[in-house]
Design a protein around this ligand. Structure first.
Ligand code: CA
Length: 223
């Protein structure tokens, strides 16, 4: 379980890092909003603990950008301000829960577990990115209102890219998740499959959604 902490107060950040590391979590820390947003967009986190008042970019702006990019990582807001309108604003912007400083560590853990549980028990059923629509339970894909026929593996590949839209996925991650292959396997199979998928969902259309990130992997997003 990987957690990103975005917090500019060294004491609070150190307290969180220590407690969560001891609890077996892998923890990364960012000290301002820009760094936090960058890590949240490019890293592979199960949860972001996000302070509201941050240098360079505040927590509101971080979550707004994150959700705009299609990133659905659960976010737990952390703030010293306990006014109701802050709480409502956070939730409206797509935060999953809210914790007011100072807080007991047990309280944080309880909120974290509830956010993580909710996250996994509410799978996204359908997803729309511009004119691409995916119906996960029916394994049905349409683009521009027209049905696109995919093989089982092509659908799995598209599902992975779509569920993590906006996130750059390495060939290794894709190979692991779609083919259940590990690390040292030949990841050329990923490139071949992506090429086939593109031929069906991208090539006939002006707007491309699957992008290659040279030397890294692939990302599905509306650019
Ligand atoms: Ca702060």
């Amino acid at each position: 379980m990987r957690i990103l902490i975005v917090e500019d107060e060294p004491k609070t950040a150190a307290y969180l890092r220590k407690g969560l590391s001891e609890g077996g979590y892998i923890v990364d820390c960012a000290v301002d909003g820009e760094e936090g947003l960058h890590l949240a967009q490019t890293g592979n986190y199960d949860l972001v603990i996000l302070d509201v008042m941050l240098p360079r970019r505040d927590g509101w702006s971080v979550i707004t950008e994150l959700r705009r990019a299609g990133k659905q990582t659960p976010v737990l807001f952390l703030t010293a301000r306990d006014q109701v309108h802050d709480r409502v604003k956070g939730l409206e912007l797509g935060a999953d829960d809210y914790l007011v400083k100072p807080f007991a560590f047990s309280e944080l853990l309880a909120r974290m577990h509830s956010v993580l549980r909710r996250g996994s028990s509410r799978p996204v059923e359908t997803l729309k990115l511009t004119d691409l629509e995916i119906d996960f339970p029916r394994r049905k894909v349409t683009r521009g209102g027209k049905r696109v026929d995919l093989t089982a593996k092509e659908f799995d590949l598209l599902s992975l890219l779509a569920r993590r839209a906006g996130e750059i996925l390495s060939r290794t991650i894709i190979a692991e998740q779609v083919w259940d292959m590990n690390f040292d396997s030949n990841t050329n199979v990923v490139d071949v499959a992506v090429r086939r998928l593109r031929r069906k969902i991208d090539e006939p259309f002006a707007k491309k959604l699957v992008h290659t990130v040279r030397g890294v992997g692939y990302v599905l997003e509306d650019r």
